[in-house]
Ligand binder design. Structure first.
Ligand SMILES: *[C@@H]1O[C@H](CO)[C@@H](O)[C@H](O)[C@H]1NC(C)=O
Length: 257
């Protein structure tokens, strides 16, 4: 089964010792995904208009992202996605995969004693617009602009028919630069591996992401923008809602087989 679908991924980077916070993940995208319902919460099919809620521990550290253009045939691995795939099956955790760029990430680190840290990240590029809300009155970062619409050709990742942009790579991940350079101002790697030596002005296409999604993380050291990394006092015990959105741009996201 091949579809331009949305499937969601949850990667927990810390063990669950208690279950205190509620996370809700909604798919308000105007398309339905195809595939087999998963049996495990680290990867699931997200039908249009559906939501999934689960609890995480007070020390949870993890990320949630969408995969698109996936082919999950249920029997043979690896399965593939055009964006955000795990080089494996529906459940990233089971195959040890992290999302293959480009993928917009919702990231949380609840492990620090005083604050929750969270962000919407375009550091691995972008695929599906998202917003993060909470019930504790804390910041609600989002990346609601469909960057696929404005992505430069050299950074665009297309669907299998090469007609629709499904994701936008960063200048670090650009296919022209494969493999990722070990000493690069675009990647903040090698000699450029500090905030001082990797200023945003030297990161090509930084503004593609930051101007369209001003409160998202647009490159590795984007804290200096003052609108990348967000906190919420731990004592408020915030519950978070992550919503994936897609406006009615076109019929590009209709199910395809
Ligand atoms: C978070 O959700 C729980 C129920 O799951 C609720 O008891 C708690 O009050 C919520 N937290 C906030 C800050 O509203």
């Amino acid at each position: 089964m091949l579809s331009t679908s949305l499937s969601l991924t949850l990667l927990a980077l810390a063990s669950v010792v208690s279950a205190d916070r509620t996370f809700t993940v909604k798919n308000n995208a105007l398309f339905t995904s195809a595939g087999t319902a998963p049996s495990h919460a680290t990867g699931w099919e997200a039908k249009k208009g559906t939501k999934v809620a689960f609890k995480v521990a007070e020390d949870w550290n993890g990320r949630i992202w969408a995969r698109t253009g996936c082919k999950f045939d249920g029997s043979t691995l690896p399965s593939t996605c055009v964006t955000g795939g795990c080089n494996g099956g529906l459940e990233c955790a089971r195959v040890g995969g992290t999302g293959v760029p480009p993928a917009t990430l919702g990231e949380w680190n609840l492990a620090s004693p005083d604050q929750d840290w969270y962000d919407v990240s375009a550091v691995d590029g972008t695929n599906v617009p998202m917003s993060i809300a909470n019930d504790a009155g804390c910041a609600q970062p989002s990346c609601m602009k469909d960057i696929n619409e404005v992505c430069p050709t050299e950074l665009s990742v297309y669907d299998s028919t090469h007609s629709t942009v499904l994701g936008c790579l960063t200048s670090c991940q650009s296919r022209a630069l494969t493999p990722v350079p070990s000493n690069s101002a675009n990647c903040c790697s090698g000699a450029f591996d500090t905030p001082a030596t990797c200023p945003k002005e030297n990161v090509q296409y930084y503004e593609v992401f930051k101007s369209n999604c001003p409160d998202a993380y647009a490159y590795a050291y984007d804290e200096s923008s003052g609108s990348a990394l967000w906190t919420c006092p731990k004592a408020k015990k915030a519950n978070y809602t992550l919503t994936f959105c897609m406006y009615p741009l076109s019929s590009h996201f209709d199910e395809r087989r």
